[in-house]
Design a protein. Structure first.
Length: 112
């Protein structure tokens, strides 16, 4: 069986080349994969999702980096995310993702 992360990662890779089309928001991609709001946010108030909650489905930083190893440079294996351990540096559920690497590396080729 294909994991949810694999489906999302393949979708992200497929969309990475579509420069003229805006990518769906992370929350919309999760919804399209069959997740409900409570799957990430829990019941009750809708607060920002912490990385521990992300990794409850996406396993670990190491596993995530391994799944995206064919993307060059690997957005999940670099000095910023390895030091921070925070998914939401780049990933924002209800807002467009951002490439934090591009803040210092202006020629960074990856598109969120």
């Amino acid at each position: 069986m294909i994991s949810l992360f694999t489906v999302l990662a393949l979708g992200a890779v497929a969309l990475a080349g579509a420069e003229d089309k805006p990518r769906p928001l992370l929350a919309d991609r999760h919804k399209a994969a069959g997740l409900a709001c409570a799957d990430c946010h829990g019941e009750g108030s809708r607060q920002a999702v912490e990385s521990d909650q992300c990794l409850s489905c996406h396993e670990s930083w190491e596993a995530t980096a391994k799944r995206t190893r064919t993307i060059k440079p690997n957005p999940h294996d670099n000095h910023v995310v390895n030091a921070s351990g925070e998914c939401n540096l780049c990933h924002h559920g209800h807002k467009a993702a951002e490439v934090v690497c591009a803040q210092c590396h202006q020629d960074f080729p990856f598109r969120p």
